[in-house]
Every structure is written in C-alpha cells, then in structure tokens.
Design a protein around this ligand. Structure first.
Ligand SMILES: NC(=O)c1ccc[n+]([C@@H]2O[C@H](COP(=O)([O-])OP(=O)(O)OC[C@H]3O[C@@H](n4cnc5c(N)ncnc54)[C@H](O)[C@@H]3O)[C@@H](O)[C@H]2O)c1
Length: 391
C-alpha cells in the first residue's frame, strides 16, 4: 500500500518515562521501515520542564512542554499519544478528541467504567468526523501472535476448547519496594488486574474473536503496606489476580497475573487448545510460535517451532532478512504504523475504545466476583473489533 499525504501530521506525546520512551522510539523509527503518512515529532509533554526538555532532545522531539492543555490548543498538533498514568487518560483523551486530534492512549483505557464510557462516547462521536482513536495493547502487534490469530481464524486448531494465559512479573516481590502511583486505587484503578491481566484478556479476545459472557475471579494483595514518602502507606490494589472466562462459543479461558511472581520478569505465556491442534507462545521467545497440528501423520506429530521471521509473516516484510529477529520494542513501531495507516485510510483501527470499554467491564466483573467469593458474573457479550492492518 502506498500512502500519500499532503501536509505532515504534527504529533504530541504526553509522558516521557517508560511508555513515553517506548513510544518515542517507535515514532522515531517507524518511517524508516514502513510506508506511513508524513508526520513530525513536534512536542513531548511532561511535568518537570528540565527533565522533559532533556528527554525531548534525546528522543527526537522538536520541542517540550509542561502544559498538555495548551498543546491540545495548537493547530499544528493532529495526533495526541497519551503515555501518562491511567488516572489521566479520560481527561486528556476526551479533551483531545473534542479538539479534533487523533488519539492513541496507553492501556488500560481508563481506571473506571464511567471514565471508559465517556471516552468511548467521545471516540464514537469523533469517528464520525474522521478522527481516529486506538488503545496501546501492543501485544496485538507481536508478529507471532498475529500469525496465531490467522491460524485460528483459518480453522487450523478446529474448535478452540480452552486457553491458558499467564502474565507474571516480580517487581513487587520485595516487600520493601516503595509506593508508586501503580499501587493506589485512585491513580491506577487496580493492580496486576488492570496493569497486566488486561493485556492477557485483550490477547484472548484478539486471538479468538470470541466475546466473554461469564467471569469469575480472585484478587490478592500479599503486601498490604509499603514505604511511602511519610512512612508506611496502605496498598489499595491487588498484587495478583486469577480470572476464569467463559466465551460465547463455550470455550473457557484462564488468566493468571502477578507482580509478585518471584523470578518472573515479564513473562507472558499463552496456550490455545483446539480439537485439531494447539498453539503456544512465550514472550521471552517472541519470534517463535509452537504449533501442534493433528492433521499430520501421528508418527510425525509434536509441537513444531515456527520461527516467525519470514516476509510473509505479519509485519515482517518491512524488517530484516529471514532469521534476523526482532524484539519487544518493535511491537510499538507496528502499533504506530497501524495507527498512522488508519488515519491515512480512514479505516478505524483496533483495539478501539469500545474494545477498551469491554475489557474495563470484564475487569470490573472480576472485582465484583472477587468481592463475592469468586461467584460467576454474567456479561453481555461484545465482539472485539478486529481490523489490524498488516497483520
Ligand atoms: N503497553 C505496555 O506494555 C505498557 C507498559 C507499561 C505501562 N503501560 C501504560 O502506560 C501508561 C504510563 O505508564 P508508564 O509505565 O509509562 O508510567 P511512568 O510512571 O513511567 O510515566 C508516566 C509519565 O506520565 C507523566 N505525567 C504524569 N502526570 C502528568 C501531567 N500532569 N502532565 C504531563 N505528563 C504527566 C510523567 O511525567 C511520566 O513521564 C499507563 O497507562 C500504563 O498502564 C503500558
């Protein structure tokens, strides 16, 4: 696809720490690999003028700023990429959409259902004016997982019966790890649940395209006080979450998420079991997909390792020759590429804010279930949106 565009799109990124850096890296290199509309890295926004100016210079931004509202008023800004904490997503995204800016927002969409609903209404209204919006569930942009989705859609697994997902980290294993915005309900919404179980749940919806109808869950906070600026502070979010999902097809999914899984740094594993075959994925080997295909002769059966690095694999034609593997940061480049493509073509990207709201409803149902001894909560099924260019 060749994309032409008259005047360059002006981009602002809000937040310059972990995700601000990952997104900046993607903005900096996407045009070197993919055919995307012309854009300019205009402004990086933070709170500390000196620190954000330094980051802007390092990450390739023309300017820095400390007032995101003033940035939204600028006519030369067309895209706002929100890499700020969850409690700011709704306010910035709704203001940006109202100002006619295309919005990419980090996951999860918001901290509460009310915020997610307001954001979704704003996104639907903006879409009628050709203004696009998308959430940064970047694991949709891992080529091996995009390939998994294709194989499942082609029926290569037959009927999918169950899926196991585990997203495990250990950065809170040490009980002396200090308080951060991620450990307070009012700033983070929830703990491992919204932070990383949300990725796993989005991935299940993306891979199977099968809406969630029932939810049960359990949440646990193992370390309920941590050192803050003025002594010990209460931790008001979960350290770990266990979720069971029933999908509309009858398939069952289990999700485990933890930030206290000692020894696990950023382990995302997925296993999908169908009547004709199975797939497994491990983020620590993100260029690989394992495929068990029962349609081959029994004596040759077993999990086959597919090195997902061929030009015919999703996204990979743009990168290196076969076998020259890619990494985690490439998922953000693919994300920016898909978002820019959506803006240029006018085809709404996914995951949409509607998808984000759906995930927020699932997260809220997990909390409701956990508060009621893991009782089963019914949800009205909503399919995930599936447009993903390049995948
Ligand atoms: N996709 C992923 O894999 C992934 C990974 C980590 C975090 N996230 C998400 O990204 C978002 C940000 O997380 P993070 O880890 O980058 O957080 P962080 O704490 O590392 O960075 C937050 C940034 O927001 C900025 N900020 C806060 N208040 C601001 C204000 N009023 N004006 C301007 N900037 C402000 C801070 O200066 C900082 O640069 C969260 O929604 C988080 O859930 C996604």
């Amino acid at each position: 696809m060749t994309i032409s565009n008259s005047s360059p799109l002006g981009v602002a990124v809000i937040g310059y720490a972990f995700m601000g850096k990952a997104h900046s890296n993607a903005w900096r290199n996407v045009g070197s690999f993919f055919d995307v509309p012309a854009f300019e890295q205009k402004v990086l926004v933070g709170r500390d003028a000196g620190a954000v100016a330094e980051a802007a210079a390092k990450y390739g931004w023309a300017e820095s700023a400390t007032d995101w509202r003033a940035v939204l008023e600028r006519d030369d800004i067309h895209i706002v990429d929100i890499c700020a904490p969850g409690w700011m997503h709704a306010e910035i995204a709704t203001a940006a959409l109202a100002a006619g800016k295309h919005v990419l927002v980090e996951k999860p969409l918001a901290n509460t259902i009310a915020e997610a609903e307001a954001m979704t209404a704003a996104a639907i209204s903006a879409r009628t004016q050709g203004v696009q919006s998308m959430i940064g569930f970047n694991y949709r942009r891992v080529p091996a997982l995009a390939l998994a989705r294709e194989l499942i859609a082609e029926g290569r697994l037959g009927t999918v019966r169950h899926i196991r997902a585990a997203y495990l980290q250990d950065w809170l294993s040490d009980a002396k790890s200090p308080m951060t915005w991620r450990l307070r309900k009012e700033t983070a919404g929830s703990g491992a649940l919204g932070d990383i179980a949300s990725h796993a749940i989005d991935q299940i919806l993306y891979l199977l395209d099968d809406p969630v109808t029932e939810v049960s869950g359990r949440l646990q906070t193992f370390v309920d006080q941590r050192p803050g600026a003025d002594g010990l502070e209460d931790v008001t979010v979960d350290d770990a979450a266990w979720v069971n999902l029933t999908l509309a097809s009858g398939a069952i999914a289990s999700v485990e998420a933890s930030r206290v899984a000692t020894g696990q740094k950023n382990s995302l594993r997925l296993e999908i079991y169908g009547s004709l075959g199975s797939l497994t994925f491990d983020l620590e080997n993100l260029n690989e997909l394992k495929f068990m295909d029962t349609t081959v002769p029994v004596r040759e059966q077993g999990f086959r390792r597919i090195l997902v690095s061929e030009p015919e694999h999703p996204y990979l034609e743009a990168w290196w020759p076969q076998g020259h593997i890619i990494g985690w940061e490439h998922t953000f480049t693919h994300q920016i590429r898909d978002f820019l493509t959506a803006i240029a073509t006018g085809v709404a990207p996914s995951p949409s804010f509607e998808d984000g709201l759906n995930i927020q409803q699932i997260l809220a149902a997990v909390e409701e279930s956990a508060a009621a001894k893991s009782s089963l909560i019914q949800l009205s099924a909503r399919a995930t949106s599936t447009a993903t260019e390049g995948a």
